[in-house]
Ligand binder design. Structure first.
Ligand code: SAM
Length: 323
């Protein structure tokens, strides 16, 4: 077992027993859903950043995998949508976390009429060797775990997620990313890594790891400030801003000309006709922005037309674009 994993196990064993407000906690409020009551003990142990829960992904999902369950809040939110025995399989390698998640999910079942304890199946296991069959889940998710991993372990963990997803299945991730590479004296600090502070990769490297794992479509759904590593306390030449991102990677076949990565760019046709057809599957209705992936944005820019405008990334892609 690697050093940082030992430190991570110890940290989350403690964080299971005693809530740690300063630990990796989100600055966005958790979802409020009609008829869903989340036990206080889960809210106090919400160690994720952002959210991996979206009705768009979960509306038709029969089987969801959640890796790094923590105290179970997002597993509970996913069960709210899936509502069937074994519909959510949730994994953690820290037994104390699994124990507290079971207790709190049972408590949730007493407070939510729609919830059966069997809706979330907890399994002891490791993100690096998932105890899950190939091509068996519709949606897989992790929140604030993969940023802790080294590059090599991240590649392994993404490969595992890719393996267990069905074709066209979705991997939903929420993690810190860094606005420049994190210097080695911080990246090598196992405790800071485990606290989701210094394992973060720059966004392009993070997305590149998803492409290398084989995901043909990637959506960046949200990007916002997460933490500031201040120069004085972290022995840096200048402050280092961390952001949190929410990303969905879809197990689509890899296009021959490379992945479709959506960062919230749009193309807008402003010419004299009612629409513009690029003959590659993109019809731009005059004056109406069409969401395009970065590859299509590049191809449209290369046309050099003054009546095709491109907007910069909004980092809020919500689907329904090209490709
Ligand atoms: C930062 S916490 C996030 C917990 C939860 N996702 C949330 O949003 O509150 C990371 C979780 O991953 C678990 N974990 C750490 N290393 C793991 C691994 N290699 N495989 C599976 N789970 C792991 C920890 O025990 C902890 O519950």
């Amino acid at each position: 077992m690697s050093d940082y994993q030992q430190v991570t196990d110890a940290l989350y064993t403690d964080a299971a027993a005693t809530p740690q407000p300063a630990l990796c906690c989100t600055s966005t409020p958790p979802w409020k859903l009609p008829g869903l009551r989340v036990p206080r003990g889960m809210l106090e142990r919400n160690y994720g950043c952002g959210s991996t829960v979206s009705p768009r992904d979960l509306a038709d999902a029969q089987r969801v995998l959640y890796v790094g369950v923590g105290a179970g809040m997002e597993a509970l939110q996913m069960a709210y949508f899936v509502r069937r025995p074994g519909g959510v399989v949730a994994i953690d390698r820290v037994q104390a976390m699994l124990d507290v998640a079971r207790t709190l999910l049972d408590e949730a079942a007493t407070e939510n009429d729609w919830l059966e304890p069997s809706f979330v199946e907890l399994r002891h296991g490791d993100a690096l060797a998932l105890p899950v069959e190939d091509a068996s889940v519709d949606v897989a998710a992790q929140n604030c775990l993969f940023n802790i991993f080294t590059r090599a372990h991240l590649a392994t963990a993404l490969g595992e997620m890719f393996r267990v997803l069905r074709p066209r299945g979705r991997l939903v991730l929420s993690d810190p990313v860094s606005t420049r590479p994190v210097p080695a004296h911080l990246a090598d600090d196992a405790r800071l890594r485990a606290m989701c502070l210094t394992g973060a990769l720059p966004l392009d490297e993070y997305l590149g790891a998803l492409v290398t794992a084989g995901f043909g479509t990637i959506e960046v759904r949200s990007r916002r400030p997460y933490r500031l590593l201040d120069a004085r306390r972290y022995e840096l030449e200048e402050d280092l801003l961390l952001e949190s991102v929410e990303v969905c990677a879809i197990k689509d076949p890899m296009p021959e000309d490379g992945p479709c990565i959506f960062t919230g760019r749009t193309a807008i046709y402003t010419g004299d006709d009612a629409s513009f057809d690029d003959r590659k599957g993109h019809v731009l209705v005059r004056d109406v922005p069409l969401g395009v992936c970065d590859k299509t944005a590049g191809a449209l820019a290369a046309l050099g037309r003054s009546d095709v405008r491109l907007t910069p990334p909004s980092w809020h892609y919500a689907g329904d674009g090209c490709c």
